[in-house]
Design a protein around this ligand. Structure first.
Ligand SMILES: O=C(O)[C@@H](O)C(=O)CO
Ligand SMILES: [Mg+2]
Length: 251
């Protein structure tokens, strides 16, 4: 298996270009991030070129403090699309192939209509990119519009864009939906990226209620060859948290 270091959680003590270098030195196959916007894209592109790593994904901006994205919020369409444009431009500038469009805190039919319209805009604006949507668990992200994988599947079906995919984060989906083996098998055709962390503490993928060796074997048997996102919160220095990597890499 191959792994991508999620630099939203790993090496957060370092500036993003140095975090990319640290991930390369630790043996990761790729990197991904959340919100890189405080860094000039040239600095990120240079670190990626220097290390040979790809940046697999980045997120649209969350909005004001306390917000968690704008794309499903009625009345905020102009801001949401400006953030989609900004994320797409940034992704293009650094050669990143996926943008996670964050829905925001909203509920109901009007939110769904707005989210679908904004996803349509993102998919048409950047047909060469993968546009990701990610169900988040409602303990960490109360009120977030998208919290179940079946809900995401319905939205992807209704949107009808081949570049709209599911971010299958095993951590969130174990909390919200469970049955991850069958869910991975069933949803594989529309999965654009996979992430994981232990449940319930969002720590290293070597303890807790999820067996990550099993998850990796399921992914391997389904023909998944892309790096899986290590999106966990290390307790101490990131470099001291990588004991899981050799065993899962050997699967
Ligand atoms: O799981 C997460 O929290 C992230 O993948 C994300 O993009 C939203 O914060
Ligand atoms: Mg995630």
């Amino acid at each position: 298996m191959q792994f991508s270091a999620n630099l939203g959680f790993l090496w957060t003590d370092l500036a993003l270009p140095d975090a990319i270098r640290a991930a390369a030195a630790a043996g990761f196959d790729a990197v991904e991030c959340h919100w890189p916007y405080e860094y000039a894209p040239e600095a990120i592109a240079a670190a990626l070129a220097e290390t040979g790593l790809a940046m697999l994904g980045l997120n649209t901006h969350r909005g004001q403090p306390g917000e968690n994205g704008l794309s499903a919020i009625p009345g905020r369409e102009a801001e949401a699309r400006a953030e989609i444009d900004r994320a797409i431009a940034y992704a293009r500038a650094i050669g990143c192939k996926a943008v996670h469009v964050m829905a925001g805190i909203a509920q109901g039919d009007a939110a769904e209509v707005v989210f679908l319209a904004n996803l349509d805009y993102a998919c048409k604006t950047a047909p060469e990119l993968t546009i990701l949507i990610e169900p988040l668990n409602n303990r960490d992200a109360p009120g977030y519009f998208l919290s179940h994988s079946d809900q995401a599947m319905r939205l992807i079906g209704r949107a009808g864009h081949p570049n709209l995919k599911l971010m299958f984060d095993c951590y969130h989906l174990q909390i919200m939906d469970g049955d991850l083996t069958r869910r991975l098998q069933r949803m594989m055709p529309v999965i654009g990226h996979v992430q994981f962390a232990s449940v319930p503490d969002r720590g290293t993928p070597d303890h807790g209620e999820l067996d990550h060796r099993h998850i990796c074997k399921v992914l391997r048997d389904l023909g998944w060859v892309r790096p899986v996102g290590a999106e966990y919160k290390p307790v101490g220095p990131t470099g001291d948290s990588l004991g899981w990597l050799p065993e899962l890499r050997a699967i």
